[in-house]
Design a protein around this ligand. Structure first.
Ligand SMILES: NC(=O)c1ccc[n+]([C@@H]2O[C@H](COP(=O)([O-])OP(=O)(O)OC[C@H]3O[C@@H](n4cnc5c(N)ncnc54)[C@H](OP(=O)(O)O)[C@@H]3O)[C@@H](O)[C@H]2O)c1
Length: 250
């Protein structure tokens, strides 16, 4: 294997697409997780991840969205970060269609409560309807309002949405190249359930201190071995790291 620590021209989008290509001929969903963190492990600055992003991180964030069938995200992140639909333009749509992808990937939000504002950007600023992966015990009015606003509302559990149900549902929908953008609660569950295939972690050249939490939280700790796929360094100090699970796939 070539030296994985390289300094390519990080503005070269075609090279980034190659480096972040999903495995071919997937027979089940591949769960890629994407996060950014500070050098001292903070997941946010003043409550959101925006302050951690660097130009290289933003470029990779965009490329990862270009390559995916679906953006999976926890409701906490969708609410805090004011998620809208995936940004698109004609070039991006054409590139995706030419590469066997739908023109625009939908956002799939995981929410036990279905407490998502039907007037939020998720519903109003998108070119494709979002999926809401929720529970049978979520408030019926919340679900009805989201469905009325155009969301596809799917009940995947009684009180919580299990990892297997998420994976099976995405598989049934033919959405196998999955990009999970967090948040930490959802990521923690995926770690606990040994469902992480890949982590793309940007390390931002910042020290933050404070009390910001980590990128994964769950009730119990577990050890999940990962193998380095690449580390790309930008001139400003940003490290773009990619790790794949060292475990056999489920
Ligand atoms: N640095 C980064 O790259 C990055 C990335 C993402 C997020 N963040 C930050 O992380 C913070 C949010 O953390 P968080 O832990 O609240 O994020 P989260 O995992 O996105 O959201 C947690 C919420 O998502 C829903 N949820 C998650 N897993 C579920 C499951 N299995 N079943 C049912 N519902 C589920 C629940 O929503 P309901 O309450 O609706 O039931 C839960 O309250 C924000 O500050 C955000 O900015 C940082």
């Amino acid at each position: 294997m070539a030296n994985p620590v390289t300094m390519p021209n990080i503005s070269d989008v075609d090279e980034l697409r190659d480096r972040y290509a999903y495995p071919e001929d997937l027979r089940s969903p591949w769960l890629r997780i994407n996060f950014v963190s500070s050098l001292d492990g903070a997941r946010t600055v003043e409550g959101s991840s925006g302050g951690l992003g660097t130009p290289a991180d933003k470029r990779v964030f965009g490329v990862l969205r270009e390559l995916t069938d679906v953006v999976l995200v926890g409701a906490g992140t969708a609410r805090t970060e004011d998620y809208g639909g995936a940004r698109t333009n004609e070039t991006r749509r054409e590139w995706r269609l030419a590469h066997g992808l739908a023109a625009v990937p939908p956002i799939a939000v995981v929410s036990a409560s279905a407490k998502i504002d039907p007037a939020s950007r998720l519903l109003t600023d998108t070119s494709v309807p979002p999926l809401v992966l929720t529970t049978s015990n979520a408030d019926a009015d919340n679900k009805r309002r989201l469905a009325d606003a155009g969301a596809t509302v799917l009940e995947l559990g009684a009180d919580t949405v299990g990892t297997d149900a998420i994976v099976e549902t995405l598989d049934d929908l033919g959405l196998r190249r999955v990009l999970c953008e967090g948040g930490p609660t959802l990521f923690g569950q995926l770690i606990a359930d040994e469902a992480v295939d890949e982590l793309c972690l940007t390390v931002s050249p910042l020290l933050i201190g404070g009390s910001a939490g980590r990128i994964a939280v769950s009730p119990n700790a577990s050890t999940y071995p990962m193998a380095r796929a690449h580390v790309l360094a930008d001139d400003d100090g940003t490290l773009l790291t990619r790790w794949v699970s060292a475990r056999p796939r489920r």
